[in-house]
Design a protein around this ligand. Structure first.
Ligand SMILES: *[C@@H]1O[C@H](CO)[C@@H](O)[C@H](O)[C@H]1NC(C)=O
Ligand SMILES: *[C@@H]1O[C@H](CO)[C@@H](O)[C@H](O)[C@H]1NC(C)=O
Length: 600
């Protein structure tokens, strides 16, 4: 990592942002031209020719590190290189920022440091440590104190990796596994699994597909788990965890506390892995494919391409970095996870091509949550709290309002959208050579275009930063409760002693290396700057070429996001020690902290 740090610092010093060629074929004069739709026959000839030239220079190449295509051709390769400069310079800045953290933590926990004896000892890793990298939230308040509570475990599923859990639907779903009635009734206060399923109160999270992956020297199970809405409290709580490896033990809250805690940590190992490689497919792969199709079909003067270009700032620089750091042999995944880097790449590719992560329309924000019975469910009680939905919805609605103003200002009717030849070419290209999955077959209305653009903006912001970026070090990867692998084999029988639990976690010096790697993903330096989500559309060059209604929509968006930031920043525990119904304070989607693009 040290050699890498020096390389990145050099790269960031060499490349000042001003030298980044944002338009491979652009020049300064063109910048001043207002964006416009194709329309008048005269200029359209030149416009069409320019697109044709661009198509020869920007082609599809094999996905870097696996997955769907990456840009190819002269212009494509140039764009990947330019984006890499952006990504590496932001990483380089963070590496410099975290270096004092790493030096301090390495001194406190050298290779010779004695192993931690208890799980609570792992809190010492954060004692007066990692301040630069944890800025501005710190480890989420409550995360280190309330980790043994079942509500912490269940609410993690509804905040920092909300893409696994689903409601089981009566008459449609079967019980994935059985647990004896006596045990379940004791936990739920009288209802067995079939009764919970019948009343729409049973939820399921499935990581069995990790069983196919290549293990590292560390250990992971391939857990699936039941959750339920408690008839007495109305809260979502865990009910059972099955390991699916070795003796395939099934754990429940009725087990000894140390067994049950270990079971929850085993589930978290799988969930952390899933969160990281699902997000790669679900946000990076999906938006990259749509954007590549757009570059090849929309004129550089098209306002829709201008918006996409803004949202996809630096995006193509991420996969080369993922290949170099995460996936390579002995890379970050091999070192810290239970499954190998090569397997992680395959896992992401499968999640993408199966449509689970790769589908476009089925994964529109609300559609995705609805399909999993998490909102607007026709059966069962609603979720009392759903922090991801709550926080992302405010941002989503604001983005949709901006996009509505933008689209309506350029298109005076639904027919104008349907008949825009460049948009039609984009749709055909995305469904054709770009091989987008579940992309709209046509755009019949302004609303459909708004939904599509809003989705891209949602993926590069809320969807990404809820799971990645600052989340790893502040929450989703925090120890002792959220390990990325176990360092002891999965138990073959129950009865682990409380004093042995710490042996399943990494030794202190290994934790420091892992936290350093998590810190690499954090972007604390972007908080409060023009790179924060408040400024998603707030770029002078961009706005000067867009129209007045869009500029006004941006002003409104900035104000709305500032107001939202104040709400998230002020978040704290209520009288019951909860925040958004969780025993920890989650602030991932603070628009003044989360970036507006996916440059990591
Ligand atoms: C990976 O690390 C191991 C142990 O440090 C070493 O033996 C092996 O050669 C390394 N492999 C590669 C491809 O770097
Ligand atoms: C969670 O931890 C915080 C301290 O970090 C405490 O104030 C709060 O009461 C705890 N919540 C619950 C539900 O125990």
């Amino acid at each position: 990592m040290w050699r890498l740090s020096i390389f990145l610092l050099a790269a960031s010093a060499a490349a000042s942002p001003a030298s980044i060629p944002s338009e491979p074929n652009g020049n300064l004069e063109r910048r001043a031209t207002p964006y416009s739709l194709p329309g008048n026959a005269q200029s359209d000839i030149a416009r069409k020719e320019a697109i044709e030239v661009k198509r020869t220079q920007f082609t599809y190449a094999n996905g870097i590190g696996g997955g769907p295509s990456s840009p190819g051709g002269l212009a494509g390769v140039a764009l990947v290189a330019a984006d890499s400069v952006i990504v590496n310079s932001e990483l380089g800045a963070q590496v410099a920022n975290e270096t004092p953290d790493v030096i301090k933590a390495s001194a406190a926990f050298p290779e010779t440091a004695e192993n931690f004896r208890t799980l609570d000892d792992y809190k010492k890793l954060y004692d007066d440590q990692w301040q630069n990298s944890l800025h501005p939230t710190g480890v989420y308040p409550g995360m280190l104190d309330n980790y043994t509570q079942d509500l912490t475990f269940s609410m993690e599923r509804l905040s920092f990796n909300p893409y696994v859990i689903r409601r089981l639907i009566p008459k449609h779903d079967k019980l994935p596994f059985n647990v004896d009635d006596a045990t379940i009734c004791k936990i739920t206060g009288g209802k067995n699994l079939r009764e919970l399923l019948a009343c729409g109160s049973l939820f399921y999270a499935d990581h069995r597909n990790q069983k196919m992956l290549q293990p590292t020297v560390h250990y992971a199970a391939a857990c699936d788990a039941y959750f339920y809405i408690s008839p007495s409290s109305g809260r979502l709580l865990p009910l059972a965890i099955r390991t699916n490896v070795g003796r395939n033990l099934i754990y429940t809250p009725a087990d000894k506390p140390s067994d049950w805690l270990l079971a929850k940590m085993m589930f978290n190992v799988n969930d952390f892995f899933h969160g990281q490689f699902h997000h790669l497919a679900n946000t990076h792969y999906v938006t990259e494919v749509m954007y590549q199709a757009a570059i090849r079909t929309l004129s550089d003067d098209h306002p829709v391409l201008a918006i996409l270009k803004r949202l996809m700032f630096g995006a193509f620089g991420v996969r080369p970095l993922a290949l170099a750091i995460l996936f390579r042999p002995n890379g970050t995944v091999d070192q810290f996870f239970g499954w190998r880097g090569s397997s992680a790449a395959v896992f992401a590719e499968k999640l993408y091509s199966s449509g689970y992560a790769g589908d476009v329309q089925n994964n529109y924000f609300l559609t995705n949550l609805r399909r999993r019975g998490l909102i607007d469910s026709r059966v069962g009680p609603p979720l009392k709290n759903f922090p991801f939905h709550e926080d992302a919805l405010v941002i989503y609605n604001a983005i949709a309002k901006f996009m509505t103003a933008f689209v309506n200002s350029y298109y005076s009717s639904d027919g104008a959208v349907a008949n825009d030849p460049e948009l039609r070419a984009w749709i055909a290209e995305a469904n054709g050579p770009a091989r987008a999955i579940n992309f709209p077959r046509r755009l019949k209305s302004r609303k459909e275009l708004v939904l599509l653009l809003t989705h891209v903006a949602h993926l590069v912001s809320s969807s990404h930063h809820a799971v990645n970026t600052n989340q790893l070090i502040t929450g989703a990867g925090s120890l002792p409760f959220n390990p990325s692998a176990l360092y002891r084999p999965i138990p073959r029988r129950k009865g682990v002693k409380a004093e042995d639990l710490a042996k399943f976690l990494p030794p202190p010096a290994q934790c420091v290396k892992m936290l350093q790697s998590q810190a690499n993903f954090a972007r604390p330096l972007l908080a409060g700057t023009s790179r924060s989500l408040v400024h998603m559309f707030d770029d002078a060059d961009l706005l000067s070429r867009l129209n007045e209604p869009t500029r006004r929509a941006n002003q409104w968006f900035v104000a709305a996001m500032r107001a939202r930031s104040a709400v998230v920043k002020a978040r704290t525990f209520d009288a019951r020690g909860l925040s958004q119904g969780m025993p920890f304070v989650w602030q991932a989607l603070d628009p003044d902290v989360a970036p507006w693009s996916l440059t990591i």
